[in-house]
Design a protein around this ligand. Structure first.
Ligand SMILES: Nc1ncnc2c1ncn2[C@@H]1O[C@H](COP(=O)(O)OP(=O)(O)OP(=O)(O)O)[C@@H](O)[C@H]1O
Length: 620
């Protein structure tokens, strides 16, 4: 994009070069545009051999930035654009030895896997095992494990204020869990940040290396920083490095429950002596939408906005089914007749229906399904395999990538109706293949041999790793199966192939199974799914925009959530959730609620409109 199309406010940020800068960017003020244009300018206008580090919170945001910079060709290689987790993973892979990471860290991303690691490790520790027993029945023990896991995560996310847990039991739980993970040569998400922080803060030479490599650092969505993330940043920058540009919007801070806080933006301003610029234009939303946003956040300053009136309407249903009818009727009406404030046709993909939680969207989903209107519920297709064959192939790939991963080796044995493999963990890929083939020989499931053949096809190729050989081998196996089974395998393999292609595009240089599995764990290989009406929670709608936005379930107790009632901090976060939801709309906004709601235990509850509707003057 050329400079001419940037506003004066935006140009100031884009033209910033040296020194720390904090950019407070309201919704629709073009923060993504400003960030990408600044990276473009640094790489193409500023002389010198340097790289730019651009850190985002989601793969979606990183992909969008990469896409917008794609015309830079090879110049783009001079920028690392990715999530903070993926940057930490890269640092640990390359230089993690000093903190005990000897190769690419294998990630256990699933809660259930981490819980099993903790459970097994606890059972081997008499003191913790007794403690767990004391919790009570199976349900209470299960809860105790959940609480412990939550506690572990909390401590790891606070490497500065909680460096050494003082409680002996907490300490023992963390150490036991970590030992369990490490026995499988595995790490969790929290470890990526924690170990990167330890690496950079304990070994200043390494931090110095990265500072010389990346002359400029940009951070997106800075209101979502937590202590561990801020700690990584400050350890990376050391005392003197100041070329950091942070963009964020405290009014859109909705991850407080996850220990994120806009306070780190203010700390950055003070500790780095950063300049401050506010982007106060809104290039996204119509006047009607901006007015509702301002009613929710009176301090929201909009100095310039689109000269488009737009419209805000309230839809009241007798119950949730009726609310769903009204919402979907309106979508169909807009699709067939359009709207004067929306250029061209209204299509399903111009529309989003948001809910504070998924429950507010259930009746609407049923209605969309019944009327045959396409919709999607996730921004990325976090594909769940339907076929056991592809699921187990991926389990086997995990073990091939990480021979010490007994957790998934045992899971595979169970799926093949075999007992837990005995003896020491395999030492290398060859030994893994021998174990697999021994397992396949006695497996009670016919598909086991086909999976082991597919693994062999991949592992045999020593020159250049190609997952496609395994995929083809499984496809040939599927060809021999009845149609129903065959099609399910084809479908799962097609998704796996897409993920492999995505990995090759973004990280193809490394090209290892471990690299592919880590990218998968970090969600970097997931495909975007944006076909049809978006049916999203407010949290997942962050950063998106649609011509038409419906917010369903706008009743007190639902939005704001009843658990926040009477609590100042939580109610403030609820209001920011509403602010984020409303500002996703470019032109039309509909706020709907059912007068009666069916409770999970079968009773009907009468509902009052949300306080946000009253605040906006939309109901009495
Ligand atoms: N200078 C500009 N002139 C016209 N339109 C612009 C300008 N800058 C940004 N926009 C448009 O405004 C919209 C919002 O931009 P963008 O998505 O970058 O906003 P954002 O600040 O990231 O929003 P949010 O924080 O709410 O997610 C986009 O449709 C973008 O194309």
């Amino acid at each position: 994009m050329t400079k001419a199309r940037l506003s004066a406010q935006q140009a100031t940020v884009v033209e910033h070069v040296e020194g720390a800068l904090l950019v407070i960017a309201g919704p629709g003020s073009g923060k993504t545009r400003v960030l990408t244009e600044r990276i473009r300018r640094l790489l193409t206008v500023i002389p010198g051999h340097f790289r730019v580090l651009a850190l985002t919170f989601t793969n979606k945001a990183a992909n969008e930035m990469k896409e917008r910079l794609s015309d830079l060709g090879d110049v783009r290689q001079r920028a690392f654009v990715g999530t903070l987790h993926s940057f930490c993973l890269d640092m640990l892979t390359e230089r993690g030895k000093l903190v005990g990471v000897t190769s690419l860290p294998h990630i256990f991303e699933q809660f259930s896997d981490r819980k099993e690691i903790l459970h097994k490790a606890v059972l081997q520790d008499p003191l913790l095992s007794d403690e767990l027993d004391r919790a009570g029945d199976a349900k209470a023990r299960n809860k105790r494990l959940d609480d412990w896991l939550q506690g572990i995560s909390w401590v790891k996310a606070h490497p500065i204020t909680c460096e050494f847990p003082t409680d002996d039991l907490d300490k023992r739980v963390i150490e036991t869990y970590d030992a369990g993970l490490r026995a499988c040569d595995a790490y969790d998400f929290d470890d990526l940040l924690l170990l990167a922080y330890r690496l950079l803060s304990s070994y200043p030479k390494i931090a110095d290396f990265y500072r010389r490599l990346y002359k400029f650092v940009c951070i997106d969505e800075a209101q979502d920083l937590n202590e561990a993330q801020y700690a990584v940043l400050t350890a990376l920058c050391g005392e003197d490095f100041k070329n950091v540009l942070m963009v964020g919007d405290p009014k859109q801070s909705i991850y407080g429950f996850n220990t994120s806080s806009p306070d780190y933006m203010w700390r950055f301003r003070d500790e780095f002596g950063a300049g401050e610029i506010e982007l106060t234009e809104n290039f996204r939303s119509s006047s009607a939408v901006v007015q509702v946003a301002r009613s929710l956040e009176p301090h929201y300053l909009v100095e310039a906005q689109l000269p488009i009136p737009g419209a805000v309407s309230v839809l009241v249903g007798i119950d949730e089914t009726d609310e769903a009818h009204k919402v979907v009727d309106e979508i169909q009406r807009l699709i067939s007749s359009g709207h004067e404030d929306i250029e061209g046709n209204v299509t399903p993909s111009n529309c989003a229906i948001l809910g504070r939680t998924r429950y507010a969207l259930m009746a609407i989903e049923t209605e969309l399904k019944e009327r045959g209107i396409s919709y999607y519920k996730r921004l990325t297709a976090n594909h769940e395999n339907e076929s056991a064959t592809v699921d187990e192939f991926q389990l086997a790939l995990r073990v091939l990538a990480n021979p010490r991963d007994r957790l998934h080796l045992t899971a595979l044995a169970k799926k093949w109706k075999l007992s837990e493999p005995k003896g020491p963990a395999p030492a290398n890929e060859q030994e893994v293949r021998l174990i697999f083939s021994a397992m396949a020989n006695v497996a009670k499931e016919g598909r086991a041999s086909a999976i082991v053949d597919a693994i062999d096809a991949v592992a045999r190729q020593t020159q250049r790793l190609d997952l496609m050989l395994g995929i083809k081998s499984l496809r040939a196996f599927a060809d021999s199966l009845p149609e129903v089974e065959r099609l399910v395998i084809y479908e799962d393999l097609a998704v796996l192939q897409q993920e492999w292609d995505q990995y090759l595009r973004s990280d193809g240089a490394a090209r290892t199974i471990a690299g592919f599995m880590s990218s998968k764990a970090l969600g970097a290989t997931q495909q975007a799914s944006r076909d049809g009406v978006a049916l999203l929670t407010v949290h997942s709608s962050k950063g998106l925009e649609f011509d038409v936005v419906f917010i369903a379930g706008m009743a007190d107790g639902v939005f704001p959530d009843y658990r926040a009632q009477g609590k100042k901090k939580e109610m403030a976060e609820e209001a920011r959730n509403a602010f984020v939801a409303v500002t996703r709309s470019k032109r039309l906004l509909y706020l709907s609620f059912p007068k009666r709601r069916m409770m999970p235990w079968g009773d009907e509850k009468r509902q009052q409109p949300s306080c946000y509707l009253r605040q906006a003057g939309l109901v009495e």
